[in-house]
Design a protein around this ligand. Structure first.
Ligand code: NBX
Length: 837
């Protein structure tokens, strides 16, 4: 196109599209420009929020240049790309992260301060992008940061929900939910692509006809359709010009569709249909690790996978390659079973629309997809009822039945005469009504299946996917231990520690090669260094104490041991066991003489996390924590020896304050239930010790940091089954200490005991599914070991440094490299800095 232009025009464009300079004045000019034009404000009429908006707009300009340059160069080179399909991207705030990754934080900081604003306050004005529930969504965000930082050609695909995860407030000790309308003030971190609109259809019926060669062709005649509109979120890498993209889809009514009803004279119906179209991307489902089975959720999943695949296929077609080259150009990663319909949709596009043979199409499909499993909990396994599915996606249902038929025929060939096996492996569960097992479909349609920590990857091979391992062989099932981005979780969240590390190691290279932290080990015996290390922890604790004062109106001493459990509230994560142990601690202190009390290690127990709105037992746990806090915090017999707080509305930006301030954090799931956990990695990276069970990634953290630096307790995964059996059939009595705690609750020490009866019932002998009683004694002992260890601050500081020093493995850079090499077959593609805007 450039070639058509006269030389002068080309030169003019080149001259005017030179990249902006990185000096303070240039930055300030751009900020002021946005204040006076985009925001239409006067300089003296500004608050922190409008300052934030202006800085954000200026940051966004630079992001867009990098995004354009990266996408332009990648379009030309057209290397193999990975597409990460995730219904959740829990990004949190963007501005601080973008400035740090682009190396512009210092310049912007200076510029903003000179303009009369405090950079931290400006940063704090940003609302979180909370388009996720917990670990799964945050993992997607960490992986996007690593993919960009490592210069991998990668796009994320997700949904642009109008409402993210609900806001949690505590009213009378109970969780109450409020809508998170995060788009109230325009979102500067997205680029609406109103020109990119894809029609997505639902319902109707299938027409089967013979073509001229006598082959039966299936034609889906849908009943309705909506539009998918693209919104692009730029993801800048750290210390690179590469800037990747997350494309989020928004649903809109189609114009033609409105008109049909309208012309039929049914104005009301046409407006109703339009509203229904917008509903699809209205709200994020707030359940984690449970399956709700709602029709709207299925609509979300199809809307998103169909739009994404259409986009991916369109991009592939531009290169005019053979269809058989598709898996050499495209890798698609399924983040849990939520995007599994993409497998069916690609098969449908290839067979029905591109006229490939079934077998050729299926080979392409299975070479393209890979699937990550995040849980073994049965209640989390996605299943869709066949009648509901057929109503929404009739042609896709036929294809699923065909996939299943051909698959079971092969299983039958390999393992003849085993009806039980066929029943177990079938994609269709023979229930009333029949159910589609999405995990089976995902395994059958993918070339690799991975778990998210070593233990978990082994567990899925021996439990939920055992038959599939027997059929496909071991090689299809691999482990990819989760990781976290050190850019957000250390450099951004803990700037003082980041600086100390860079000063000590002589560079900030460790931020791109986390194994370099190992060198900190040489500083462990340096008292001066340990002092600086602990001073930073104390600074971070003061900051958290301020947040606790503001959010909970409780004063806590930064000299006490800060004990943290923050994560989604779930029975398997055992926050209940934690608060029961806190009650035990409270009762112990109450029974002490003054001189005994003098040797108690003061502790602040900090909880945070959301419960799914319909999860009654989890919500009662929150109520119990708050009831215990109310009693303990005002008991003069306890004073500063024990404080309990529940920090409301835990989210990514609150985590950024909590994680660097923790002395000990709790990762105490029943062995075999937490697939990996990722906050365990965040805490240890920040020099916080952990107490935990032999579950998920705790095991690998232990291997890296050494057993003397972690507090492990409780039964092992392989013991769980026997323990449950013994409980149920041999009536093992409740642990006596636990019995004492339960009696205290039942006596009404913490509000009306009737409230907590359903919670206590979960501990009834034979019904304690999560083995709180079985693990209770060892849990109490481990907590005592923590107290004892903490009293020796010199030794503790050595443990703390050793923790951070040995966390190299848990960078998401390592995880993403493993995916790239072993699953996706993609190479990094650093873009060339041509000095363009
Ligand atoms: O994924 C979490 C696991 O529980 C963690 O152990 C693991 O570390 C993390 C990342 O691999 N799973 C999770 O967060 N699941 C969900 O949030 C979820 C959301 C919706 C849904 C099912 C699960 N339908």
């Amino acid at each position: 196109e450039k070639a058509k232009w006269p030389k002068e025009t080309v030169e003019l464009w080149e001259r005017l599209s030179k990249k902006e300079a990185n000096d303070v004045e240039t930055v300030q000019k751009s900020i002021v420009h946005h204040v006076t034009t985009t925001l239409a404000r006067a300089a003296y009429n500004m608050d922190n929020f409008s300052a934030y908006q202006a800085v954000a707009l200026s940051t966004r300009d630079r992001l867009i240049s990098r995004w354009n340059e990266t996408q332009g160069q990648l379009s030309k080179a057209d290397p193999k790309r990975v597409y990460y399909l995730s219904l959740e991207f829990l990004l949190g705030r963007s501005m601080d992260n973008a400035l740090l990754n682009m190396g512009l934080k210092g310049t912007y900081g200076k510029g903003v301060e000179q303009l009369g604003f405090n950079m931290e306050d400006v940063i704090e004005s940003e609302v979180d992008a909370a388009l996720g529930n917990g670990g799964l969504g945050r993992l997607a965000a960490c992986y996007m940061d690593s993919l960009a930082t490592l210069d991998y050609p990668a796009w994320g695909y997700g949904l642009r929900y109008n409402y993210g995860i609900f806001q949690q407030r505590i009213v009378d000790g109970y969780q109450t939910e409020y809508p998170d309308y995060w788009l109230n003030f325009d979102n500067p971190w997205e680029l609406p692509r109103l020109d990119i609109s894809i029609q997505i259809s639902f319902g109707g019926h299938v027409q089967s006809i013979q073509d001229e060669y006598g082959v039966t062709r299936h034609n889906w005649i849908p009943a309705q359709s909506v539009q998918a509109i693209a919104y692009d979120v730029p993801i800048p890498g750290y210390d690179t010009e590469n800037c990747n993209n997350i494309r989020l889809w928004r649903s809109k009514p189609t114009k033609t569709f409105d008109l049909t009803s309208f012309n039929e004279g049914n104005y009301e119906k046409s407006v109703e249909d339009a509203t229904n179209a917008e509903k699809i991307t209205s709200v994020l489902y707030p359940n984690d690790n449970t399956m709700a089975g709602k029709e709207l959720r299925l609509k979300q999943q199809y809307f998103w996978t169909a739009a994404s695949l259409h986009d991916i296929v369109r991009r592939f077609k531009k290169s005019r390659r053979e269809w058989s080259d598709f898996p050499d150009q495209v890798a698609i990663q399924l983040n849990d079973t939520h995007p599994t319909l993409a497998i069916v949709e690609l098969q449908r596009l290839l067979v029905d629309e591109e006229m490939l043979s079934w077998d050729d199409a299926w080979e392409i499909v299975t070479k393209t997809f890979a699937f990550t499993n995040h849980t073994v909990l049965p209640e989390a396994m996605e299943k869709w009822s066949v009648p509901m599915f057929e109503y929404l996606l009739p042609r896709h249902l036929q294809i699923i039945f065909d996939i299943n038929l051909f698959f079971l025929q092969k299983v039958e060939k390999k393992f003849p005469n085993d009806r039980g096996l066929l029943n177990r492996m079938s994609i269709i569960e023979e229930a009333q009504p029949q159910q589609i097992r999405m995990a089976h479909l995902a395994v059958v349609g993918s070339h690799k299946v991975n778990g998210v920590a070593a233990l978990h990857s082994n567990l899925i091979k021996t439990t939920i996917f055992k038959d599939f391992v027997d059929y496909y062989g071991e090689d299809k099932f691999v482990n990819k231990t989760n990781g976290i981005t050190p850019r957000r979780w250390l450099h951004q969240a803990n700037p003082k520690l980041s600086k100390l590390i860079s000063d000590t190691l002589g560079s900030d290279k460790w931020l791109k090669d986390l194994s370099l932290l190992k060198k900190l080990t040489t500083k462990i015996d340096n008292a001066e260094f340990r002092k600086s290390w602990m001073a930073i922890k104390r600074h971070n604790k003061v900051r958290l104490a301020e947040l606790i004062k503001i959010r909970c109106n409780v004063e806590v001493s930064p000299d006490a041991l800060f004990d943290v459990q923050v994560k989604r509230i779930h029975e398997y994560k055992r926050q209940f066991m934690n608060i029961l142990a806190v009650i035990h601690r409270y009762r112990t202190i109450k029974s002490m003489t003054a001189s005994q009390k003098a040797s108690v290690q003061p502790r602040v127990v900090i909880f945070g996390g959301k419960a799914a709105p319909g999860y009654y037992i989890a919500k009662l746990v929150i109520k119990l924590i708050n009831s215990v806090a109310a009693v303990v915090n005002q008991d003069p017999a306890v004073g500063d020896l024990l404080k309990v707080v529940f920090i409301p509305d835990y989210n990514v930006s609150v985590a950024e304050v909590i994680v660097p301030a923790s002395d000990i954090s709790q990762h105490i799931s029943t062995a075999g239930t937490e697939a990996s956990g990722t906050s365990n990695m965040k805490f240890v990276l920040n020099g916080g010790l952990i107490i935990g069970t032999m579950d998920g990634a705790n095991i690998e953290i232990l291997e890296e940091i050494g057993e003397e630096n972690i507090f492990i307790f409780g039964c092992l995964a392989h013991e769980v089954e026997d323990l449950r059996h013994a409980q149920r059939y041999r009536g093992v009595p409740m642990d006596p200490a636990l019995q004492g705690v339960i009696s205290a609750i039942e006596k009404g020490v913490f509000e009306d005991p009737k409230i907590f009866q359903p919670l206590i019932s979960t501990l009834t002998v034979g019904k304690d599914f999560y083995l709180i009683s079985a693990d209770f004694a060892s849990y109490i002992a481990a907590n005592q070991a923590v107290d004892t260890a903490y009293k020796n601050q010199e030794e503790w500081s050595k443990k703390s440094i050793r923790c951070t020093a040995n966390m190299g493995k848990f960078s998401s850079d390592r995880s993403v490299k493993e995916y790239a090499d072993d699953i996706w077959g993609i190479k990094s593609y650093p873009i060339v800095d041509e000095g363009h805007m």
